[in-house]
Design a binder for this molecule. Structure first.
Ligand SMILES: O=P(O)(O)O[C@H]1[C@H](OP(=O)(O)O)[C@@H](OP(=O)(O)O)[C@H](O)[C@@H](O)[C@H]1OP(=O)(O)O
Length: 464
């Protein structure tokens, strides 16, 4: 990749730190090798971060400095980044589904294909219910490496001085995989700067990072509402899904009626998790071709769209507190520019896909004209709402504030790629223009008001 520059070009002290990091920390768990399933870019929220930025496969610490650079005459003064936890085990409910398809294959599949022989004779079912969404080693590495790349891209913010001075704020969701991720992120910085004597702390804040658990209207209208995901249910019995099931049955040589939509999806997840966790192109991936993967990718996108995205307004609005908190930090930093001392140069905040997707939607990013439905798979072929690109493991949305002679500017960076603000042509607009663009949200978007239920629906309110 020509546009990817070596980390060593940043500055000397930093180069030494990077070299130190390489010698101690980039090893066996680094992702390498070309052995990647053709369908790897279709795994949605179960996708690897490396599929979004494939140059990382060659160098996990590479930073694309041609795109991640300050506007001319500007200096970065503050960065808030919202990060999804790193790669994790499947959740319990999906482990159970994986066992179901595995048992069926072991008992009934009889094709002579080499890959099936491999599944039956070599591959061992190793996923256990108790793994239930916990972080894996690769997930810790996701965050360690991301920490180093962000520090490389923004060396004056993630500086040794700022680390030693406890000027970097760390906030996380209470969920084990998020706490483990933020600790790994801190370890990445600690090893980079060799500051083992510095004690890092983090704040657990579910109001900010798991706001969806506290929004009554979301819980009642979406989370606990059986019909909220009706488009997903309809798509399960669509012609597109039936074809995936038929092709799978054919490849395995089992009766078509024995392959359920859940089994098809579980086999797809097996392919995804073997890649994400073990960097392996598993024999399970042979059950799908590109068109099957597009259908299963759409099924996941439908879930995310209706449960966390534009499908229901409350999904977006449930992130009002996080949105306001981000802009409060940015405002404070912008106000401190004149004094020459931005007291909090960095805020690192770790959460979930269900933290990032509502926020991206609140900010009108990746908006689609026509809602995603069970009936418009073909029409949505070129959709922008593509979770494979938006929220893989360790997905991150950074708000970078620059001090410039004409006033502070704000850049949005998703997964280490600059992202334009909707309705603004300048790639790094003046901060005041961004605030004007989001004026309605900044002056409204009240979490308590948006999330309150009409009194008649509030029988369970006291339990929250
Ligand atoms: O389909 P699973 O069981 O993996 O769903 C998870 C969520 O994963 P996602 O749908 O985003 O792939 C998980 O989000 P994460 O960002 O923490 O990985 C979510 O927290 C968890 O509750 C599961 O959601 P569900 O309500 O069981 O669908």
């Amino acid at each position: 990749m020509r546009e990817v520059v070596s980390r060593g070009l940043v500055f000397t002290a930093f180069s030494i730190s990077i070299a130190r990091f390489y010698s101690c920390c980039v090893g066996s768990s680094q992702v390498d090798g070309p052995n990647i399933p053709d369908i790897a870019k279709r795994f949605g929220t179960k996708g690897r971060y490396e599929e979004v930025n494939p140059y990382l496969l060659a160098d996990i610490l590479a930073v694309n400095k041609t795109v991640l650079k300050p506007p001319p005459g500007c200096d970065a003064v503050h960065l808030t980044v919202i990060i999804r936890h790193g790669t994790r085990f499947p959740t319990k409910k999906n482990v159970i589904k994986m066992h179901n398809i595995y048992n069926l294959v072991m008992a009934e599949a009889k094709s002579n294909a080499g890959w099936l022989h491999e599944i039956k004779s070599k591959w061992q079912m190793w996923y256990k219910e108790e793994m239930d969404g916990r972080i894996v080693e690769k997930g810790r590495d996701d965050h360690k490496h991301l920490a180093v790349r962000l520090a490389t891209a923004f060396p004056s913010l993630f500086s040794e001085g700022n680390l030693r001075g406890n000027r970097i704020k760390f906030i996380t969701s209470s969920k084990h995989r998020c706490v483990d991720s933020i600790v790994a992120f801190q370890e990445g910085l600690q090893r980079l700067w060799d500051v083992r004597d510095v004690d890092f702390s983090h704040e657990v804040n579910d109001n900010l990072m798991r706001f969806f658990d506290h929004c009554r209207k979301f819980i009642e209208d979406v989370e606990n509402n059986e019909s909220a995901l009706k488009e997903v249910d309809l798509f399960k019995s669509s012609a597109e899904m039936k074809l995936v099931q038929e092709k799978m049955a054919d490849r395995l040589q089992v009766p078509q009626s024995h392959i359920t939509p859940d089994m098809a999806e579980a086999a797809f997840f097996l392919c995804a998790y073997e890649l994400a966790i073990k960097s392996e192109n598993s024999a399970w991936c042979n059950l799908f071709d590109e068109s099957d993967a597009q259908v299963l990718e759409y099924k996941n996108d439908l879930k995310q769209y209706w449960k966390r995205g534009y499908g229901y307004d409350i999904n977006r609005k449930s992130s009002c507190t996080l949105f306001h908190d981000i802009f409060t930090r940015l405002n404070q930093a912008a106000n401190e520019i004149r004094s020459g001392d931005v007291t909090e140069p960095v805020a690192v905040q770790v959460g979930h896909a269900e933290t990032l997707l509502p926020l991206l939607s609140l900010m009108n990013l990746f908006k689609v004209e026509t809602p995603l439905t069970a009936a418009n798979f073909a029409e949505q072929h070129d959709r922008t709402f593509l979770t494979s690109r938006m929220v893989p493991y360790a997905a991150n949305l950074a708000f970078v504030l620059y001090s410039c002679s004409e006033g502070p500017r704000l850049q949005l960076v998703l997964n280490e790629r600059p992202l334009a603000f909707p309705g603004i042509s300048d790639p790094v607009p003046l901060f005041r223009d961004v605030k004007e663009q989001y004026g309605e949200l900044l002056s409204g978007c009240d979490f308590d008001k948006e999330c309150e239920l009409p009194p008649s629906n509030c029988s369970k309110c006291s339990e929250l």
